[in-house]
Design a protein around this ligand. Structure first.
Ligand SMILES: CC(C)(COP(=O)(O)OP(=O)(O)OC[C@H]1O[C@@H](n2cnc3c(N)ncnc32)[C@H](O)[C@@H]1OP(=O)(O)O)[C@@H](O)C(=O)NCCC(=O)NCCSC(=O)C[C@](C)(O)C(=O)O
Ligand SMILES: [Mg+2]
Length: 361
């Protein structure tokens, strides 16, 4: 463990100084594309401004014989594209034990390090993985003469990674956030699902029998309620991120056609504290943006509570409900998020009735 005195010192001579706070840029939707897929890659420039993050994926879902093409494709796209003020460029590199990870990192940082905001590292097992990437990035940043550090985002997709989640979050000042990797995590835990995220009809609770009618022969079938398989994992991830001042994200929802369940899964994550999610297909972009932006009603209610609470202390009644210092803090989370999003999204500025002066702030 590094001394707290050294934590914010660069890990290589000539590397940029580490940041002390994760930049509060919108990242409601991290849109994945395969840079080796020419049809998909051709769509990327037109997506600038429509998503918060464009992520060139080099890992799973890119065929083994297309890994070099994906890396080269991402370099070409990054060089040719102006990502503007409001769309970030991220990448997901191959796993650290794969034959491609070292070349991914060295090529991307030296070729397009000035354009890359965040590197997503899959299958992170513990702080040692982040320490390895941290030092290597510092060396590469120094070599490339970069003036700002590239941030690191870990995917939680192993039981060991979950068990070490707090130490992963605190392993480096580069840590920007965590995403859930439900497919690999399910496999590693030996869960009995066969899906990429989302629920399962067998994971449920059942209404108590009425008057001992266990089989529902007299009173009709007992109601069942499907439960969220990912509740524990997301809640644990959110706590670890909040504790370390970094950002939690849901991850992929593989049933592209089921836009309804996708929205539900995203909203569960939003309500539990996540700031964004991934989109794998264009159809998921609007869902993610909508779900991870508070509703106009939530913002209006939060503002009423803020106004009613005056100096922020004590207790008041509003619409029959008690509001106090703690409910005020929740409302401030909503108001601050709305105002931050409104600064980069004119439609939301209008929806939330944010004054132009605030937009500039
Ligand atoms: C699902 C797939 C195969 C369906 O691809 P498709 O071509 O069959 O879909 P489509 O509906 O026919 O596509 C319609 C149009 O949209 C385009 N399109 C389609 N997708 C995109 C996209 N993402 N970005 C930009 N454009 C896209 C596509 O090229 C097509 O263009 P066209 O109308 O001109 O013909 C395809 O969307 C895809 O490959 N998406 C990305 C998948 C991916 O990145 N997976 C990895 C992340 S999840 C993961 O790794 C798990 C995790 C975390 O590790 C763990 O849980 O363990
Ligand atoms: Mg995975």
């Amino acid at each position: 463990m590094r001394s707290p005195k050294d934590f914010f010192k660069p890990l290589a001579v000539g590397a940029p100084a580490p940041i002390t706070q994760v930049p509060a840029r919108p990242s409601r939707v991290i849109h994945f594309f395969d840079p080796s897929n020419e049809k998909m890659a051709a769509k990327v420039p037109a997506m600038v401004g429509t998503v918060d993050v464009l992520l060139g994926n080099l890992e799973d879902a890119v065929k083994a014989d297309r890994k070099e093409a994906a890396r080269a494709g991402l370099v070409a796209i990054a060089k040719a594209t102006d990502f503007g003020e409001h769309t970030q460029l991220w990448t997901r590199v191959n796993a650290l034990d794969s034959p491609w990870a070292l070349d991914d990192l060295t090529t991307l940082v030296t070729e397009i390090g000035d354009k890359l905001d965040v590197i997503m590292v899959p299958k992170v097992q513990g702080a040692e993985d982040i320490h390895y990437v941290d030092r290597l990035l510092a060396q590469l940043e120094a070599k490339a003469g970069l003036s700002r550090p590239i941030l690191v985002h870990a995917i939680l997709e192993t039981a060991r990674g979950m068990a070490n989640v707090e130490e992963i979050c605190g392993a480096s000042p580069r840590m920007q956030g965590l995403s859930l990797g439900p497919a690999d995590l399910a496999a590693d835990r030996r869960m009995k699902t066969t899906r990429v995220g989302g629920g399962h009809p067998g994971y449920l609770v059942r209404q108590d029998p009425v008057e001992g009618d266990i089989r529902g022969e007299v009173h009709g079938p007992r109601a069942t309620y499907q439960q969220d398989l990912w509740h524990y994992t997301i809640a644990r991830m959110v706590d670890a991120c909040a504790m370390h001042g970094i950002l939690p994200y849901y991850g992929p929802f593989g049933d592209i056609a089921d836009v309804v369940a996708c929205e539900d899964q995203f909203r569960n994550a939003f309500l539990l504290g996540c700031v964004g999610t991934w989109s794998l297909h264009p159809v998921q972009i609007e869902i993610a943006k909508r779900v991870f932006s508070p509703t106009a009603e939530d913002v209006a209610h939060a503002r009423r509570v803020v106004a009613a609470m005056g100096d922020g202390t004590g207790a008041v009644m509003l619409d029959g409900k008690m509001e106090d210092d703690a409910s005020l803090k929740q409302c401030l989370v909503i108001v601050e998020l709305a105002e931050r999003l409104a600064r980069t999204d004119p439609a939301l500025a209008e929806l939330y009735a944010v004054e132009p002066a605030t937009q500039e702030g």
